[in-house]
Design a protein around this ligand. Sequence first.
Ligand code: CP3
Length: 344
Amino acid sequence: MDNDAPLLVRALRGEPTPRRPVWLMRQAGRYLPGYQKVRAQSSFLEMCRRPDLAAEVTLEPIERFGMDGAVVFSDILIPLEAMGITVEFDDRGPLCPDPVRDADAIAALTPFDPREGTPWILETLERIVEVLPREIPAIGFSGAPFTLAAYAVEGRITKSLNHVMGLRWRDPAAFTNLLTVLADATAPYLAAQAAAGAGALQVFDTWAGMLSREDWAAFALPSLRRVFDGVRALLGDACPPLVLYTKGTAGWIDLLPESGADAFSVDWRLPLGESKRLLGGRAIQGNLDPTCLHATPQAVRAATREMLATVEGRDGVVVNLGHGVIVGTPPENVAAFVDEVQSA
Ligand code: CP3
């Protein structure tokens, strides 16, 4: 046990901590005036590719609210480009104008060297690690293979994931192959972020809840296992804690540990304490409903206390939202959330 490790790292490892750490998914985003100012001058992709801008936007919420972790400003779709998939962001969100829909398109995808394909995220990490105090680690991340596949195959995401689920039923071997190729590109991408200074790594499987329990186990799980095993093999003892984020997967929460992650970030469908129990007491992260941050600071504080009261003990809990901060969230409610956790 490393008693000098940052709170966030210790909590993700399930070790005792004097208090619970807190950060928020999408903490660096459009609800903040500094972000809006930078975004008015640059496109979203430019911001991701300019380490000076990305670092500024990453640090804004830390300076303002004092979260216990700084999630690097980027997007899960950035590495798709390095694999040969065009990615655009417009007013309606991300778009892959040439979606990957068949075995030939899958065969054309290539793994990449993160230092060549995505150097800017590594430089952003180096910059923020240099200025952050040691007790506030940088959090690196990637999309999970299934969630990356959802964007790559849909082109423009649809509510029912028609195209990606169509591929799963029409050609399960090609679908499996796609997940494998994505997993093999993701492991070195995550390992490079740790080498650039990330103190924790999170894998976002935002769309996992679209699958059945059986399909999650048959398709998503082996690809996640490949990512987490791959990162551990590349980093050995230097591997930081690995976090799996899923949404809508309460129906198979018991299976999540088979992915090999160290900690599990969960949505608000189950009480936090119930999720921790179903995960066998493993380290957990979550799970305030992000819409609660549209209420008043007093209501946010009360909901946060109620959420934490569902968990027995203090160890192995990282406080977060069940999903990302919503555009239009009043910053004072984010401040109330962070303060309520840190002063508890
Ligand atoms: O603060 C942070 O959390 C760090 C940065 C971050 C972004 N996206 C910035 C972003 C992170 C960790 C992500 C992850 C991400 N991106 C996920 C997984 C988590 C989740 O939210 O489920 C997903 C599914 C994406 C894909 C994505 N990127 C979508 C669906 C959208 C459009 C929807 C939206 O909220 O705008 C984006 C764009 C995006 N990614 C923005 C930001 C700040 C908005 C871009 C803008 O300014 O126009």
